[in-house]
Design a protein around this ligand. Structure first.
Ligand code: ADP
Ligand code: MG
Length: 630
């Protein structure tokens, strides 16, 4: 791999050489804002960086999208010497290295995708100290050439990414990971070693510590909750119709549709294309080039929807995935949460929707029962493995068919106590909070409508009942009525919704005409007496976590965002990298809100560090200026 322009890469030495006056943590914070362009650490990151800088081993369990990379990349910049990152997938390495280079960090990878010549060249550069971070496939570690290099170089840190691959209990066991421990032992000086994974089960965690031989590691498990994800289960019905409805509501957004089988992928992809959705299919049975093309179309935003088996995803670092739909129920919650967790990695609100039918359970049971047929395990082990898999399937099925809070169920499964029994941000919570007995409220509404004597419409009636401060109300003396504000605690929106329902129940009615007036209906008396209970499904307008977040979010100018996204796409195509490598959606959004006018304002945008400022800052500043003056 050749070093791109090579121009600004010495800048990183700031943190190790010129930065002598700073403490290591000060240098780390500087790197966070200047190199990566972020204003603050996310939960867990700061502690991990501090532990690594102080020389400790680390074992970190953090969910997908939590920001594990930064935890070792920042120490890599601050520490003198080289950081080696062991990573299982070529595509993962390529994306990470490409992202680092765009941030102005000298990085490279060594794996089987390089020709012998490229490999020799990269090693040569590495020997000359060109790279601060080197990603390497586990199988390379003990090769003669790499080992010789590592024994002579100053290796500050060895990072094991996707560390669960070392465990046979993990889903992605990779024998090459067993070479990590002997590799570290072969180094003349033991570097600090840190291991990262999103797999939280106890067995896997213990395996990681043991098999990589971590020494008294700083162990941390950060919250598994991903507050920006909305969880939803849709049961029964026609899956194709549900999927189309779901996608129609999200035109232009990017997302993944997971299917249980290759055949399913092909059928669903065809069905979507026939219905006008720009979708591509992806599964392990396709040819390499065809598959690479599908992935490329999706990652570069050319095809907004990819329909895939679980073969798709682990190496995909695309951050602007707005939804993940599971067309079939996966075999366990580990798989589900990992796949669903690919949504919203940029921190934007995203939806994880599972289309569930009982036939999913039968298919999975069948697969589990036949999974061990060709395995090397002895009979007893086979039995244990099958039973564990069945137990996991049972938990997955509870999730899909149960009525409790979906988030609480996921977090509980991963051994975490949810903050509240109801998150207010999943389909279960929304459905439950809606059904209510509103007999008393209906009576008050009817009294209110009678007091208004059929002279006003719905909107004003709702305002009066809610006790709204409104010029029209005061001018007409309606705030003097005894019913003024009698349903204050409900809020105007809820009252309006109840009025609509009461009209449907014939408790109220409206006159025809351009300005319909609200008056009591044929069943008003019944409601007033309250002897017939009235139940309603209302939208949950409690202060849920989701709404609090939404209301705190500044309004984004869609026009400007669109222009910035188009510019990003042009640059990405020119440079043959996925758009999110240039800037994530979250960054473009922040840019559209802050509308920076110069370099220093641009640097204040979340996700713009000096490296990206240098590369793209001017182009984006120009685009903003043009937009404002248009
Ligand atoms: P993980 O490996 O844990 O799945 P990544 O390291 O790929 O997650 O990070 C996911 C996304 O979060 C990336 O787009 C990354 O740039 C972003 N990110 C990481 N740390 C921060 C932070 N402190 N502030 C804002 N965004 C961050
Ligand atoms: Mg990662």
């Amino acid at each position: 791999m050749t070093l791109p322009d090579g121009r600004r890469y010495n800048k990183m030495d700031l943190f190790t050489e010129d930065g002598r006056g700073m403490t290591a943590m000060q240098a780390a914070r500087k790197a966070l804002s200047e190199v990566f362009g972020y204003g603050s650490f996310r939960p867990g990151q700061e502690e991990i960086v501090a532990a690594i800088l102080s020389g400790r081993d680390v074992m970190a369990v953090m969910p997908t999208g939590a920001g594990k990379s930064l935890c070792y990349q920042i120490p890599a910049l601050v520490l003198p010497g080289i950081t080696l990152v062991v990573s299982p997938l070529i595509s993962l390495m390529r994306d990470q290295v490409s992202a680092l280079i765009h941030n102005g960090v000298r990085a490279a990878y060594l794996n089987s995708s390089l020709t012998a010549r490229q490999h020799a060249l990269a090693l040569d550069n590495a020997r000359r100290g060109v790279y601060k971070i080197i990603y390497v496939a586990p199988e390379r570690l003990l090769t003669d050439s790499f080992l010789a290099f590592a024994q002579q170089a100053q290796i500050a840190q060895v990072v094991v990414d996707e560390a669960h691959c070392v465990s046979q209990w993990g889903q992605d066991f990779r024998p090459g990971y067993l070479d990590i421990e002997p590799f570290i032992r072969a180094l003349p000086v033991r570097p600090r070693v840190s291991a990262f994974t999103a797999t939280a089960t106890q067995t896997v965690r213990k395996d990681v510590v043991r098999l990589i031989a971590l020494e008294r590691p700083y162990e941390i498990t950060t919250g598994f909750d991903r507050p920006n994800l909305y969880f939803e289960v849709r049961r029964g019905g026609n899956r194709d119709a549900e999927l189309l409805r779901f996608l129609r509501e999200r035109r232009g957004q990017s997302g993944i549709v997971y299917c249980g089988t290759r055949k399913g992928v092909e059928e669903v992809a065809r069905m979507l294309v026939e219905n006008g959705v720009d979708a591509v299919g992806y599964h392990a049975g396709m040819g390499d080039s065809e598959r690479a093309l599908a992935q490329e179309d999706f990652v570069s935003d050319r095809a907004p929807v990819i329909v895939a088996t679980n073969a798709f995803g682990m190496g995909i670092d695309k951050s602007n995935v707005s939804f993940v739909v599971h067309y079939n129920m996966p075999k366990d919650l580990e798989s589900y949460y990992q796949e669903a967790g690919r949504a919203g990695r940029d921190g934007e609100d995203a939806v994880c929707c599972l289309l569930y039918q009982p036939s999913d359970v039968r298919l999975n049971t069948f697969l589990i029962e036949h999974a061990q047929e060709n395995s090397q395990f002895d009979e007893e082990t086979k039995q244990i493995v099958t039973e564990r898999a069945k137990e996991r399937l049972k938990q997955m099925t509870f999730y899909a068919s149960g009525s409790g809070c979906l988030r609480a169920r996921i977090l509980g499964y991963f051994g975490e106590k949810p903050e509240a029994p109801h998150c207010g941000n999943c389909s279960s919570c929304l459905a439950q909070s809606r059904e209510r007995d509103v007999t008393r409220e209906a009576g008050k509404i009817v009294s209110g409508v009678m007091a208004l004597q059929g002279k006003y419409g719905k909107g004003l009636a709702a305002k009066v009942l809610a006790g709204a401060k409104d010029e029209r109300i005061r001018a007409r003396g309606l705030d003097k009525l005894s019913v003024f504000g009698c349903l204050k605690e409900e809020g105007e929106d809820n009252i309006r919704e109840m009025i609509d329902e009461l009209i449907a129940y014939e408790v109220l009615e409206t006159t025809d005409g351009q300005y319909p007036l609200l008056k009591p209906g044929p069943r008003a008396r019944e409601a007033l007496l309250g002897d017939e209970p009235i139940r309603m499904t209302l939208h949950d307008r409690g202060e849920t976590a989701r709404e609090k977040r939404v209301s705190m979010k500044p309004v984004v100018d869609k026009g400007l965002f669109g222009r910035l996204a188009a510019l990003r796409r042009r640059i990405a195509e020119e440079q043959h990298v996925p758009p999110f490598i240039i800037f994530t959606n979250a960054t473009l959004r922040d840019m559209a809100v802050k509308r920076p006018r110069n370099r220093s304002e641009m640097l204040r945008v979340d996700g713009v560090g000096e490296g990206k400022m240098e590369r793209y800052g001017i182009a984006f500043l120009r685009e903003i200026e043009k937009y404002i003056s248009d």
